[in-house]
Ligand binder design. Sequence first.
Ligand SMILES: [Zn+2]
Length: 145
Amino acid sequence: MAAAHSHSRFGRALSALDARIEPITQDSCAFFEDHARFDDYTGVVDETDEGRRIAEALGGAKAAILANHGLLTVGGSVESAVWWYITMERTAEVQLAATSAGSPVPIRPDVARRTREMVGSEAAGQFQFHPLWNWIVAEEPDLLD
Ligand SMILES: [Zn+2]
């Protein structure tokens, strides 16, 4: 239904590495076995064919790391697509900090999978976005004018 993409700082940094989102925190589990990596960077996207190839790489996952480019997330609603983007950017930041400081301890796959089912569902994405939306509207009341 919706996609979110930008060239955020930590997403770009992670995209420059041969890396995926690792299950090293509760939040990162939202992407456990639920994101792809699109390694075929060919320059600035200016053709619909590139979008089709990214969609194929994405498959049924909620997110993709676009190599040497940034992050892309999708959702069943604008709310969840945006929330996954924000969460993925924050997760990339934490992963880069943790790997810079040492060797992160991964969460066991069965626990990561169960956690993803709780924090990574479409409903969870929508739900988690609402406090942020309420804050944005309160801070910028003329946003909707
Ligand atoms: Zn882009």
